[in-house]
Ligand binder design. Structure first.
Ligand SMILES: [Cu+2]
Length: 145
């Protein structure tokens, strides 16, 4: 009696299945890459040079840009503009959110304000001080290097 050996016929479906799995995985990977590229993740940080003011737009419920890298500590100017349809109020806090560094004025839609703050190197939390806006996504990070 000959020993049973897997025939080509038996192994072919298995190769077909792994090929289908590979194609499914490739499709999934492509979708994930599109999601990442589409901005659902953290947006790219915006660099601000030493001589430039820091322009921030506030809206429902978002700070734009959301992540800012600042080149140079010292006195810096924030140019805050309300691009939304509700009152927004800029607030800068330390990174662990235990201390207020600066608080802007409440801005009505279309209003803007320049806020000058002395900044040391480190990370800061930017957010809206209006009730609950922060928890709805109106926050960001400022890194001073
Ligand atoms: Cu707000």
């Amino acid at each position: 009696m000959p020993l049973h050996t897997p025939s080509a016929r038996e192994s072919r479906p298995r190769a077909g299945l792994s090929g289908a799995l590979a194609r499914a995985f490739a499709s999934l990977l492509a979708v994930l890459l599109l999601v990442v590229a589409g901005g659902c993740g953290a947006p790219a940080p915006v660099d601000v040079a030493e001589s430039q003011p820091i322009a921030i737009a506030m809206s429902e419920f978002r700070l734009t840009p959301q992540t800012i890298r600042l080149n140079g500590a010292g006195r810096r100017s924030f140019e805050i503009r309300n691009d939304g349809t509700m009152v927004h109020r800029f607030e800068l806090r330390n990174a662990d959110n235990t201390r207020r560094i600066a608080l802007g004025a409440p801005l009505r839609p279309g209003q803007s304000q320049t806020l000058t703050v002395r900044l040391a190197r480190g990370s800061y939390l930017m957010r809206c001080a209006q009730e609950r806006h922060n928890t709805l996504g109106e926050h960001g990070e400022l890194v001073v290097g």
